[in-house]
Design a protein around this ligand. Structure first.
Ligand code: AQP
Length: 332
């Protein structure tokens, strides 16, 4: 059976981009067809300045939202990354496999590093090294596929490179995984700035739809989305990125392809209205289920505890094998 691993980092409130690019597929497809592990990758949230109390809140919220989106602990393994020490154990060996040059090429390191410096803040070493931790997250489980949005492609490529290099040097230890992306909405763009990804750690703004926004907030944000100076509704990511983004969101919500959907609309206003209603209906059950689950934190904690136990059992033999292959003496 195909082994799948993916995660979400608790750096902010989960967005429509997280849902359409990743979480929905995890719940609707992946957990049913594969042996799937999903993680709140909390250690990844420590690469930039963070507030411990907020991190705790967001970590629990991310797990609760994953369940609200439909992840079923009877079908998949849901856990918090820091509860499974094998990730960090393996990460160090992979740091000894990766090169400084390949980590400095990572787009997120360049972008976030530059942002930190521009704001007069220092850059944490972990911002440079966390793609290796992500590789460890994936490789520890013998993962075949990593269902993610477009923005994670480069990190999965690095993971593949490290797996191949490790296997060549130290003997076959890791499966070489591949990234898979949704057919539409693999990169949902900010509604106010369609050149930028809708990201949960970006400054809260009118361009980001959060999964827990109420219906009126969702409508308001979508009705105010930046479109283009033209009048015609066309699907062209280059010339009309704002409209193309709305058409992709609509397509992800109601089906059909964005080019055909463009032909149905004669005005931006009607398109926005339909997108808004489609998103409100898409998110309604997630919000309702989240409210139920949030009132029972004991249940969420229990799911996470059992998930971590299971994940540890799956990761440990492969990480032990990697330590032995690297030449480290086994523990007695
Ligand atoms: N806009 C998006 N469109 C499609 N998929 C997306 N994903 C994220 N944003 C979009 C996918 O959601 C999964 C979890 O994402 P994440 O927690 O790793 O990243 P984020 O939500 O983008 O959070 P940040 O903190 O704002 O990240 P940065 O700024 O580092 O990008 C992943 O599968 C991701 O592809």
């Amino acid at each position: 059976m195909t082994r799948i691993f993916s995660g979400i980092k608790p750096t902010g409130h989960a967005t429509l981009g997280n849902y359409l690019g990743a979480m929905r597929r995890w719940a609707e497809v992946d957990q049913h067809q594969s042996d799937a592990l999903f993680s709140v990758v909390d250690l990844h949230a420590l690469t930039v300045e963070h507030d411990p109390a907020r991190l705790r809140r967001l970590s629990r919220q991310a797990a609760t939202l994953m369940l609200a989106a439909g992840l079923d602990p009877a079908l998949c393994t849901l856990f918090v990354q820091s509860h499974v020490v094998e990730h960090v154990r393996l990460s160090y060996l992979l740091e000894c496999t990766a090169t400084d040059g390949e980590l400095r090429r990572m787009i997120q390191y360049k972008e976030k590093g530059a942002q930190a410096l521009a704001a007069g803040r220092s850059v944490r070493v972990s911002l440079l090294t966390y793609p290796v931790l992500m590789a460890a997250d994936i490789l520890a489980y013998g993962t075949d596929e990593v269902p993610v949005g477009d923005d994670q492609t480069q990190h999965v490529e690095l993971t593949r490179d490290l797996a191949v290099r490790f296997n060549q040097r130290y003997g076959h230890t890791f499966t070489v995984p591949k990234a898979t992306h949704p057919q539409v909405a693999a990169r949902v763009m900010d509604l106010q700035d369609p050149a930028s990804k809708m990201g949960k750690s970006h400054d809260a703004g009118a361009g980001i739809v959060y999964l827990l926004d109420d219906a009126d907030q969702v409508r308001k944000k979508i009705m105010r989305a930046v479109t283009d100076s033209g009048r015609e509704v066309e699907y062209d990511r280059e010339r009309s990125p704002g409209v193309a983004n709305l058409l992709e969101i609509l397509s992800a919500c109601v089906g059909g392809n964005p080019i055909d959907l463009a032909g149905v609309y004669e005005s931006y206003g009607v398109l926005k209205r339909d997108v808004a209603e489609a998103v409100v209906e898409l998110l309604r059950p997630v919000r309702e289920r989240h409210a139920e689950l949030a009132s029972d934190p004991g249940y969420v904690d229990q799911v996470l505890e059992e998930g971590a136990e299971r994940a540890r059992g799956m990761a440990r033999p492969r990480v032990d094998a990697a330590y032995a292959a690297f030449g480290l003496l086994p523990m007695g």
